[in-house]
Unconditional design. Structure first.
Length: 357
């Protein structure tokens, strides 16, 4: 497993991270707490030492599970969590978005409760969870700086979502000196706004890092969702339009050349190639696939050490993306792409509509 630094914070993360949204919730399958703890331990044993959770995942359950899993191994772990959703005072309605709260007193309380559940006196990366750009006031930024100064937080990030977009927020994370990282959906099929942030970082000669989530495009690039897959109603991926999967399967065939079982330096699966494509960007510090079991952990953690994409392979992907992978069809996702009001996305030429919550 290789490691990269978050910005210039001095905090190192494993190139493959463990997204702990899979534990503490049932969105990716039911498992007992013991099984969830075992998954985290298995990931650590595989060299996946960057563990990324959030207080809203299972309303604290994910943090508690991670805290128990890393007991006695805290020094091995680069630990990240997220705060900003007020689940303490609001009921969860299905997969709906909870109210956000970035008041100073609330954030202070949320951080302390997270530290308590994680059973630690500090987190290596603290991220504001889906915060709108207008909510990050000078007072909020001052508070974040205070947390760094008092040692409870080593690095700061801005986690974007839940829908695809959030251009203004990511640009602000690059612009504001307090932030070391921006986390966003980023993969071969969903390259915006991740590519935009990479380009912005390069143009500004900045040191902000990108953390890429959903690297397998919700099951397409790791082929866990195929034309024969039946998604249950409780599976979060069932909310995507059917056009998403239909066009995705066509795109997948267009990039089969990335699979390389006969490479002189070792074999490379499609799932690993999708991760290697992201890691071809120096600005990407870590990639957090959605591990579902021990087999996923073993296969995808190895992506850090399989052959990287050649320049020719990367350029070929770039050319295919510019031509929509030669697919004559829309993926039906425009209404899910958002960035507050959408104006910034339109101004950037991404041609996506805003979504209404």
């Amino acid at each position: 497993m290789q490691h990269r630094e978050l910005g210039n914070s001095g905090v190192e993360v494993s190139e493959i991270g463990f997204g702990a949204w899979v534990v503490g919730t049932d969105w990716w399958g039911d498992r007992s707490d013991e099984q969830a703890i075992g998954m985290v331990e298995n990931a650590l044993d595989a060299g996946v030492t960057y563990v990324d959770t959030g207080d809203v995942y299972g309303h604290g359950d994910s943090e508690a599970i991670v805290g128990e899993a890393i007991d006695g191994r805290r020094d091995e772990v680069t630990l990240a969590t997220k705060i900003g959703y007020d689940f303490y005072n609001n009921p969860q309605a299905g997969h709906g978005e909870l109210p956000k709260e970035l008041d100073r007193d609330y954030l202070e309380t949320a951080l302390e409760r997270s530290l308590d559940r994680l059973d630690t006196d500090h987190v290596d990366l603290l991220q504001l969870h889906n915060a709108n750009v207008d909510d990050i006031t000078p007072e909020v930024r001052d508070l974040l700086a205070e947390w760094k100064a008092d040692g409870r937080v080593r690095a700061l990030g801005w986690a974007l979502g839940p829908s695809i977009g959030w251009l203004a927020e990511g640009d602000a994370a690059v612009e504001y000196e307090e932030f070391d990282a921006v986390q966003t959906v980023f993969n071969l099929f969903e390259q915006q706004p991740g590519r935009h942030f990479v380009e912005t970082i390069r143009e500004r000669d900045d040191d902000t890092s990108v953390i890429a989530r959903v690297p397998h495009s919700s099951g397409l690039l790791n082929e866990q969702v195929t034309p024969d897959t039946v998604l249950e109603d409780g599976d979060h991926r069932s909310h995507r339009p059917k056009e998403w999967y239909e066009t995705g399967w066509e795109k997948l065939e267009a990039i089969r050349f990335l699979e390389d079982p006969d490479h002189a330096e070792g074999s490379r699966t499609m799932a690993q190639a999708a991760i290697r494509w992201l890691l071809a960007h120096d600005e990407v510090a870590s990639v957090t696939p959605t591990f579902r079991d021990a087999d996923d952990i073993a296969a995808w953690s190895a992506a850090s050490d399989v052959p990287p994409l050649s320049e020719a392979e990367y350029d070929r992907v770039d050319d295919l993306y510019a031509r929509n992978f030669d697919i004559d069809g829309d993926d039906g996702m425009d209404v899910l792409r958002t960035s507050v009001d959408g104006d910034d996305i339109e101004a950037a030429g991404l041609d996506k509509r805003a979504a209404s919550y």
